[in-house]
Ligand binder design. Sequence first.
Ligand code: ADP
Ligand code: MG
Ligand code: MG
Length: 902
Amino acid sequence: MSTKRVYLFSEGNATMRDLLGGKGANLAEMTNIGLPVPPGLTVTTEVCTEYYREGKKLPATLMADVKVAVAEVEKITGLGFGAPSKPLLLSVRSGSKFSMPGMMDTVLNLGLNPTTVEAMIAESGNPRFVYDSYRRFIMMFSDVAFGLSKGYFDNEIFSVYKKKVGAVNDLDLTADNLKEICDLFLAHVREGAGREFPTDVYEQLELSIEAVFRSWNNDRAIIYRRTEKIPDEIGTAVTVQAMVYGNMGDDCGTGVAFTRDPSNGEKLLFGEYLMNAQGEDVVAGVRTPVPISELEKQNPEIYKQFTDTCDKLEAHYKEMQDIEFTIQNNKLYMLQCRTGKRTGPAAVRTAVEMVAEGLIDKETAILRVTGSHLDQLLHPRIDPAALAGATLLATGLPASPGAAVGTAIFTADKAAELGVHGGAGQKVILIREETNPDDVHGMLAAQAVLTARGGKTSHAAVVARGFGIPCVAGAESLHVDDKNHVMKVGGHTINEGDTITLDGTSGCIYLGALPLIDPEVSGSFGTLMTWCDEFRRMGVRANADNPRDAKQAMEFGAEGIGLCRTEHMFFETDRLPIVQQLILTKDEAVRQACLDKLEVVQQGDFEGIFEAMDGKPVTIRLIDPPLHEFLPSHETLVREIATLEAQLSVQASPSDADKKTLVEKQALLHEVESMKEANPMMGMRGVRLSIILPGMVIMQTRAILQAAAKLIKAGKKVQPEIMIPLVSTVNELKVVQGQLEAEAKLIVEREGVEIPYMFGTMIEIPRAALTSGEIAEQAQFFSFGTNDLTQMTFGYSRDDAEGKFLQRYVEQKILAVNPFESIDQTGVGRLMKMSVEEGRKARPGLKCGICGEHGGDPDSVIFCHQIGLDYVSCSPFRVPIARLAAAQGAIADRVAVGHRDR
Ligand code: ADP
Ligand code: MG
Ligand code: MG
């Protein structure tokens, strides 16, 4: 641990994010590359850790160190902290390694007290500015240090006073008005905090530093960290900086900007500002900010300074920057820069364009795009054909792209309760007048967010973009009644529960549910994908059970099918009766007749899939689930029988047909009861079924190979890989594979063509993984079924665990991640690694893949790369994400990815 607790900006740099936080490190970097940054100092994150370790006490010598650094700032600025003339005011700002926008509190104008207020009035000749600063300081300080809510100051004092004097806008308030407001604020502090507002400037500073450390553990910071997977232990730094004033007059202002458009990635300066304003005025939605392009007209000189600075920053960081700035008397000051959060489309476009501009290489471009970025490009949009007849309710700002349909919900709590991440799992759209950090849990559970107020940099917009949730902000024609849960717009009334459609790309909101259509890989996205393919070693396949999914998978770049589940074909309405009859009959001839019928339809299915995959490998899993899944459930049957019996009992002469139905249902119930198992997931299924009832898999094998033969004869290429599920011992495989091989030989002979088929197995039972050497002598390929492998390795029933305890386990950090979402690398992953190694020892070059849902999870894909799998297979819509992650895994082998920014 370093003993140095306080760093001047001139002593730090951008690599010191761990110690100085992102904000402190970047302020230091900007200082050192010669940008106009007001001087300051940063108290390290280690001091935050120390503060909590010592039972929430600041180190005894900390303030002495701070004083030495403040003296430096006084020297640079020529001002004095707490001095009766030329007073120095400071801002106190939080900042952890990872940016947590708006999550912790900032204090501005610290150092004001009756003495310094007098001095500043005398020196600036601008009492309005001084009292405006003072009232802001009292409010922000009291909020963070004494826990007196900003809302009370704002709504119960400030707004009430404004109304009383007839001021519409903050700028309508005079110096005397603001002075009176300061007095009202101070009186509220006296009452609320039970003490006088501190006048000693170092007391102000110490209390603020402590408050920033405390704010690390406020509710909204904790929730944000949890959703962003930011560790709780890293702590926050505190940055103390000389104030510059955007509220000193009309040649002053404050704003935020991005060096590229964060919603679509276009290379242009994007942002908003307000003249004669301070701090959060721009994002708080108090006044409507002006687009940055206006600055060019308003003040071309400042605009030029600004664009030059932005160019310099981008060239320096080689990355899109998110900037906070203030203009004081026509001079620009940089107050913050960080890597700009962006939507998926913007991430892809900026990465690809920066390669073209020579700013970064392809590897860097690939590493900058994340799975969730791509996920957004794979989001649906409104079918343009449906737009003509749609009822447009309103338009707002297109704040975060993508379209969504959902029911209108007006409170974050309700959205969190009903939304997809909550219990019920409905599709909801959260509608608010405007959002604030208390709404984040509701936003996360919503399909989309809609606000009536706020700009493209409002809280709603920033958070929605960060999480990839479609958002329309500032739809001013909406009258949102947050209290009564209703919204009026034009002639329409939207009540809670009514369905609307929102398009975050265009900013339009429509009545009812419009059809959405699926996206495609083109433009920058297509370019990035081809780069990924250049770098990755692993293949990417898709899980697809029918020709339609197979086609979709091909469009997204799948190189084969890694899992084709045959039983899904059995569930189709024309087939289910045959399957049921097959299961229930005791008559051998009837059974064979059923199998013959199924063979014809299954062969048709396989022909379709082989055709769609155009010669690429297709792994077909033989029947896997317990047979009772094809029959009506026990509960349904019992209910139906009871109803029927009740009906018959009141009829004088029940019809023969009804009586027959009853007898049939009773027989079916008896059958279902006899098949009932205590643990069906560990019962008669998979290879066990094939051994007890071989007819089904023999039929499937015939269907597969006959389909293949037919296509081959038609001059097409096919590569069927027949996969046997749920194997736990090689002996099972010997029995079943032996039978199927014999059948295969017959077909090859009869058809007179070479069919390049393979027989392999799933590795999804720990015992199979543990005996992979033996199994590989029999199986020609392995495919890890990580859903079952996780279930059986942990001993968690997947279907029950998710709802019962898994979420708690993750919250309490008993598990780092939900092992059904991301592979448990230490446990399940170890089995996989071992299995690959032993399998390949027995059969060199053994083809190994994964077909569990983990195949579409970026971290799991990278892990699969690391243990040497040949391919991953995932749902068609995750194929591009898997291609990206596979490339990232390969690039990580070559370069250290430690510098990867969040
Ligand atoms: P956050 O992390 O929530 O963005 P900041 O620490 O960046 O909080 O502070 C919020 C805003 O306060 C800044 O965007 C800026 O407008 C204002 N601010 C912070 N420090 C100063 C300063 N030294 N001078 C003027 N304004 C400042
Ligand atoms: Mg900031
Ligand atoms: Mg399985």
